[in-house]
Design a protein around this ligand. Structure first.
Ligand code: SF4
Ligand code: SF4
Length: 91
């Protein structure tokens, strides 16, 4: 049976960095209509609160897939520091 992405996400481990490696330009987020980052990310890293007009970035869940980097030019995207970030299990 084909596994759902949620099941696969449970198999990952993370070494969380103290500082975030994904830095959106929040002034651009306020004007952004599409909020593509909240749709495209397979790990639900980005969440926009309409009431507070605030984008939160749960960078510790990032899979480093690069999709948001391609989708939005207003994200300062770096890899986590060496030894930090997601750890994929070898299959
Ligand atoms: S990070 Fe980019 S896509 Fe996401 S809300 Fe901000 S400007 Fe929009
Ligand atoms: S790199 Fe991939 S997993 Fe990480 S925040 Fe961007 S879209 Fe989400």
């Amino acid at each position: 049976m084909k596994k759902k992405i949620e099941d696969k996400l449970y198999t990952l481990k993370y070494k969380t960095d103290e500082a975030g490696h994904l830095t959106p330009d929040l002034s651009k987020c306020l004007q952004c209509q599409e909020k593509t980052c909240t749709i495209i990310c397979p790990a639900n890293v980005y969440c926009y609160n309409e009431t507070e007009k605030k984008l939160t970035v749960s960078y510790e869940k990032c899979l480093e897939c690069g999709a948001c980097r391609i989708a939005c030019e207003h994200i300062d995207w770096k890899y986590p520091k060496s030894g930090k970030g997601v750890i994929f299990k070898k299959s």
